[in-house]
Design a protein around this ligand. Structure first.
Ligand SMILES: C[S@@+](CC[C@H](N)C(=O)[O-])C[C@H]1O[C@@H](n2cnc3c(N)ncnc32)[C@H](O)[C@@H]1O
Length: 357
């Protein structure tokens, strides 16, 4: 049994079943054995590949999105860009190419030492922090691609007209799911149950709520905007907790520390939270619509003109993967937030909600 799995078994034997959120927290962030602490999860040799590494057009389009804001703000020098969970650094590198040194204050926020090394190589001169609280207080654009889905989610199941929390349990050998009456499950209003079938599952991500609150507070104080791309849903509910290893979905309890654990992001909850925080909200939209509206197809045509035939093929395949509705185009959603004093953000004509207060 791997060391982290043994540690989790011992915790459960001593204290009883743990929430899925606690299981995710330990499996992903344990200081020594957590998945995001030690392993090189990204890239063709890692467990999964992300949009910036699939197509350069992804980062270039976000670069254009930022440039538009910066020009509307009359080109301030006191301005920074923060990549939340910067991965291999490809996204900021591609953005930097578009910005051509017009903005050069780049910050990575990350906890994975291997990835931080790659980020340092990808973009010399960028600074590195572990938390949003530590970054300089100035006008900021935050970008988070596949960042929010790494945070621990709680699951609740409808059982005999009550909520039970879906927990991780142990029989000494294997980890398995069990349904428990927990402090949190007792706090969820029973009214939410009325229209749901028996055994329906809902997911609540308190950590994502905290991040949205932190960012809302930061941009209200310092002015700024944020944009998030992720696997996610706008309406509905259900079980989206999954494990990914070698680009395949596997039992999330099978090998803690060696499996990436994610859940789909609830974009409606983010929108409601941002509105409650009295900041502007754009979207959510599908990734496909956002990229189309921001000119990704025109950018492809320009790149194709100067490319060799095999490069043209790769460019097309890459963008198709990001935009095709059967691939990432629909599955991935995008939402943007901004402070009241910020200019309007592009890419959200379809599905824009500006907060009027
Ligand atoms: C799925 S990867 C996405 C990487 C990158 N945004 C991309 O698109 O390629 C998640 C990233 O978030 C980082 N990360 C995970 N948990 C984090 C945390 N608690 N604080 C900061 N970064 C974290 C990981 O190390 C990794 O760089």
């Amino acid at each position: 049994m791997n060391i982290l799995k043994e540690k989790i078994h011992n915790i459960i034997v001593e204290n009883g079943p743990i929430s899925i959120a606690s299981f995710m927290e330990i499996s992903l962030s344990d200081k020594k054995y957590g998945y995001y602490r030690k392993k090189m999860p990204l890239g063709s040799k890692g467990d999964f590949v992300t949009s910036p590494d699939i197509s350069q057009i992804f980062g270039e389009i976000i670069g254009i999105w930022i440039l538009d804001i910066w020009i509307k703000l009359k080109e301030p020098s006191n301005f920074q860009i923060v990549d939340l969970g910067g991965g291999r650094g490809t996204l900021l590198k591609d953005i930097n190419r578009v910005l051509k040194n017009k903005i050069s204050n780049f910050i990575f926020i990350d906890i994975n030492e291997e990835l931080i090394k790659l980020q340092k190589k990808a973009l010399k001169g960028a600074t590195h922090f572990e938390k949003i609280d530590d970054i300089p207080k100035k006008p900021t654009i935050f970008i988070g691609n596949e960042f929010l889905d790494t945070f621990p989610v709680h699951q609740f199941i409808k059982k005999d007209n009550y909520w039970k929390e879906v927990c991780v349990n142990s029989n000494g050998k294997e980890l398995f799911f069990s349904y428990e009456s927990s402090k949190l499950s007792k706090k969820i209003p029973l009214g939410n149950l009325i229209n749901l079938k028996e055994e329906s599952i809902i997911e609540i991500n308190f950590k994502v709520k905290e991040i949205i609150n932190n960012i809302s507070y930061f941009i209200k104080e310092n002015s700024g905007a944020a944009i998030f791309f992720d696997y996610g849903y706008i309406d509905g509910y259900g079980d989206s907790f999954q494990g990914i290893k070698d680009n395949k979905s596997i039992n999330p309890l099978s090998d803690p520390g060696f499996v990436d654990l994610t859940s789909h992001v609830n974009f409606k909850a983010i929108k409601l939270q941002a509105k409650e925080n009295n900041i502007n909200v754009y979207g959510p939209n599908t990734q496909s619509l956002f990229l189309e509206e921001m000119g990704a197809i025109q950018r492809l045509k320009i790149l194709e003109k100067n490319a060799l035939s095999h490069q043209r093929k790769d460019l097309r395949i890459g963008l198709n993967r990001l935009m095709n509705e059967k691939e990432m185009g629909n599955l991935f959603k995008v939402i943007a937030l901004s402070s009241k004093n910020f200019p309007s953000l592009e890419g959200f004509t379809c599905g824009t909600t500006r907060n009027k207060k």
